[in-house]
Design a protein around this ligand. Structure first.
Ligand SMILES: [Zn+2]
Length: 468
């Protein structure tokens, strides 16, 4: 009996969940024609194919393939199954290990057992990818055209305007002007929020005011009637592109002063001492010394190769912390989704169980003490003691290292093998947790000297060496 798994997925382009029912019916019919018995139906009712969101049913399918309880896979079209070339290659790996070569698609069979079939699958994947890229490029282009015309973008009601995002809501506009002058007069956001909350002023969602929300309203380009692209929130990343079609509440100079005041990174850094993500893991390419965390004169955090008393460095490296940390985090997130990691981690941890290693270590330590006593009591010669001690110490060293490795891999529990899980969890993770994940897969990050005259951050300066 051939046990077939049916996989269906709906993406936002398809519209409704009716698409899933349709896919399933077609797949069941095809399985019937082939004489396969449909076991489980795996359904991911998910968003766009390339959004990078985790697909629980897909992961379950892979696990069941690995477990050998699935002999064939039926899917409506290959683009339901894979969203990226990397995912496709991973799928090949899994079916190879499981010895499954039967893959049927309603839109045309692909024989995964042959190179031709795989080539075909790769091409289909590349075509789907390109279509999706084209589509998002068209959307971005459309978005920019709207922006350049100063038109409204989508979104909910903005504080200060009616739901059409065009008409002023006068009492709210007045509140914005009030808050702007209070901030420019030196009052804190915290104080204004407290006052507004006491007066019963509500945000657009009907909640109490927080500093984050008030800062966003006061620093939005929208507030001075300017259309921007990029996330127009409390970040410096949005770019004004045109005069908007809606009326301003504040003049542009006022908003620019508010932005300078409220989005000042240095000011925010002063409030909470920054902790450094890569301390201990980042090194100088010139002398090999570990870089030291040290803010620049303008308070922006940096890693430097430190010289002087107590430091072993050469003083030739200095790099801004933030872009390096972002780059490394992204590399690690991608690394965790890579098929190579599974093998590498398995090798690292070995077949060793942490408890066995720990008891092995205490046995060896006890044996060393016994040997020393034997020698002290004249029961063995010094040469015999040294020879035995060397053997045990080597074994002990290996066991300690293996134990450290098993412990490290536990930092990845829940992330590794669960595609996209780390990407989703990362923003909310504390620095200690992040460092633990990094330490599990990262051997070191090496920073090369900057090219003279280049001011922007240069990713080529960063070299990542993987542990696993
Ligand atoms: Zn150095």
């Amino acid at each position: 009996m051939t046990r077939a798994a049916v996989y269906t997925r709906i993406s936002s382009d398809d519209g409704t969940a009716a698409g899933v029912a349709r896919q399933e019916a077609d797949c069941r019919e095809l399985a019937g024609q082939k004489g396969w018995t449909v076991g489980e139906v795996y359904v991911d009712n998910d968003v766009s194919a390339y959004s990078g969101k985790a697909r629980p049913a897909y992961r379950r399918l892979l696990a069941d393939l690995e477990a050998g309880v699935v002999d064939a896979v039926v899917v409506w079209h290959l683009d339901r199954l894979h969203r990226s070339p990397a995912e496709l290659e991973r799928f090949f790996e899994v079916v190879d290990r499981a010895g499954v070569s039967k893959l049927a698609t309603v839109t045309g069979d692909v024989d995964l057992g042959t190179n031709d079939g795989r080539f075909h699958a790769r091409i289909l994947g590349a075509v789907a990818r390109k279509e999706s890229d084209d589509k998002s490029r068209r959307l971005r282009r459309k978005h920019l055209e709207l922006a350049q015309a100063g038109k409204v973008s989508g979104g909910g009601r903005a504080f200060g305007w009616e739901p059409d995002r065009l008409t002023l809501k006068l009492e709210e506009a007045e509140l914005i002007r009030e808050a702007a002058s209070r901030v420019l007069a030196g009052e804190s956001l915290r104080g204004i929020c407290a006052d507004w909350n006491a007066r019963g002023v509500k945000t657009v969602t009907g909640t109490a005011w927080s500093m984050t929300v008030l800062r966003r309203v006061l620093t939005a380009w929208r507030t001075c009637g300017v259309r921007a692209v990029g996330k127009d929130t409390a970040t410096t990343s949005s770019e004004p592109v045109a005069d908007a079609v809606w009326p301003p509440i504040l003049d542009r100079a006022t908003v620019e002063r508010l932005r300078a005041l409220l989005l000042d990174r240095g000011r925010q850094l002063n409030r909470s001492p920054r902790r450094y993500l890569l301390t201990g893991m980042i090194r100088c390419s010139q002398c090999g010394a570990k870089l030291v965390a040290r803010p620049r004169s303008d308070k922006r955090p940096c890693y430097v190769c430190a010289t002087g008393p107590g430091f072993a460095g050469c003083g030739k490296i200095r790099v801004l912390a933030e872009p390096v940390e972002d780059l490394v985090a992204e590399a690690v997130i991608q690394r965790l989704d890579s098929p190579h990691l599974a093998a590498a981690l398995a090798e690292l941890a070995g077949d060793n169980d942490g408890d066995d290693l720990a008891s092995g270590i205490s046995d060896s330590e006890r044996r060393l003490t016994e040997l020393a006593e034997d020698w002290a009591h004249g029961e063995i010669s010094r040469a015999e003691w040294l020879a035995a001690r060397n053997v045990i110490e080597r074994r002990l060293d290996a066991a300690r290292k293996a134990l450290a490795r098993t412990t490290r891999t536990t930092a990845l529990d829940g992330f590794f093998g669960a595609e996209g899980a780390l990407r989703i969890a990362w923003p909310a993770m504390g620095i200690d947790r992040r460092r633990a994940v990094l330490a599990a897969v990262l051997d070191r990050v090496t920073i090369r000297p900057a090219v003279r005259g280049r001011n922007r951050f240069d990713p080529a300066r960063v070299d990542v060496t993987w542990r696993a």
